[in-house]
Design a protein around this ligand. Structure first.
Ligand code: GDP
Length: 319
């Protein structure tokens, strides 16, 4: 029997790498879409086995042709501008890639399914940022969408489109992913920025860590768990929206304390300063997930808590 085929956009990112590893280990044939100018080296295990297709996600005709050629059983859309901070600098780019790019992929999947009669299962990597500043915490699939930044607005459009295509007959699930971290996070994210700096300080650096809003709270989970949720959603008989997070939020200040605690530094006040450059124009203040639907329908559960995630990231940076 020939292996099942999966197509992953954004395969050079944190989640793309973990997802490719997971699917390869499960015996899938994995195809990935890569930006022509993306020179990121894919460092995940088995990267050499992945069939890479170099194409701009916004060249819709070319993407249609690639998807038609691969005819994947599962299509995971992980491509996109992944950072809220960057989307504030480039809101038009965020809209093009995170919104128009996503609907382009859904349309490509739909067309292949229509032409071949073989179902394509689509997974959209959405974001808690679609909730922006919600009135209620925790949030679930019925929480109103109210994005407060260009990143969240673009992701909200893509999330709504997944519902539109689902109604049209595509097995399209949108996973509302809360922040999920790993040693593969770039330092543009606050977790890795902190763990990398703390590791350098532990090894003798006298730098002072410049941060923005220490009171911002996030629901931080372990990235491989979120990739597991994506696979479960694709495999489940019915497509739907799923909120994916741990259900616990922590402040940036707690993150700093946990990272310093891992290297035995309790008194870290003088090691950190506030720099207005890192304070956001508007910040989502309390985002925390109620993942009951994913737990009950998909049998999904996070495997790692906050302190352990921070410790693992610091340990990786110490190496
Ligand atoms: P995001 O939730 O996708 O924007 O992930 P980030 O890791 O970039 O930011 C998480 C939270 O940390 C946000 O509320 C930021 O305002 C806050 N934060 C505080 N200081 C910093 C900083 O120096 N860099 C970043 N990236 N975020 C910071």
């Amino acid at each position: 029997m020939s292996p099942r085929r999966a197509f992953i956009t954004g395969i050079t990112g944190q989640d793309g790498g973990y997802l490719a590893e997971r699917l390869l280990a499960d015996g899938w044939e994995v195809h990935g879409l890569v930006r022509p100018d993306d020179d990121a080296h894919s460092t995940f295990e088995g990267a050499a086995e992945v069939a890479l297709h170099r194409q701009d996600i916004l060249d819709h005709d070319a993407v249609d042709a690639i998807v038609a050629d691969v005819a994947p059983e599962h299509l995971y859309n992980l491509a996109g501008m992944s950072s809220v901070a960057l989307a504030w600098e480039r809101p038009r780019g965020a809209a093009r890639i995170n919104a128009v790019g996503a609907v382009g992929l859904m349309e490509a999947a739909w067309r292949v399914q229509e032409r071949t009669g073989t179902p394509v299962r689509f997974v959209q990597a959405s974001s808690a940022e679609i909730f922006g500043q919600p009135d209620t915490a925790p949030q679930d699939e019925s929480t109103p969408l109210r994005p407060v930044n260009p990143y969240g607005a673009a992701k909200a459009y893509a999330h709504l489109c997944a519902g539109v295509y689902r109604a049209r007959g595509l097995h399209a699930s949108s996973l509302v992913l809360y922040n999920h971290e790993s040693p593969r996070r770039p330092e543009s994210f606050v977790t890795r920025k902190i763990t990398a700096a703390v590791a350098r300080i532990a090894q003798g650096s006298d730098e002072v860590l410049a941060l923005g809003n220490l009171d911002a709270r996030r629901d931080w989970g372990w990235a491989p768990d979120y990739v597991d949720a994506m696979v479960r959603a694709a495999e489940h008989e019915a497509a739907d929206d799923y909120v994916i997070g741990t259900g616990r939020s922590h402040s940036v200040r707690e993150l700093v304390a946990a990272a310093f605690a891992r290297v035995g530094i309790e008194d870290w006040d003088g090691r950190v300063r506030i720099d207005p450059r890192f304070v956001r124009p508007v910040d989502a203040t309390e985002l925390v997930a109620d993942a009951t639907r994913a737990r009950t329908r998909l049998g999904w559960a996070p495997t790692m808590g906050f302190v352990e995630i921070v410790a693992r990231m610091v340990e990786a940076d110490l190496r």
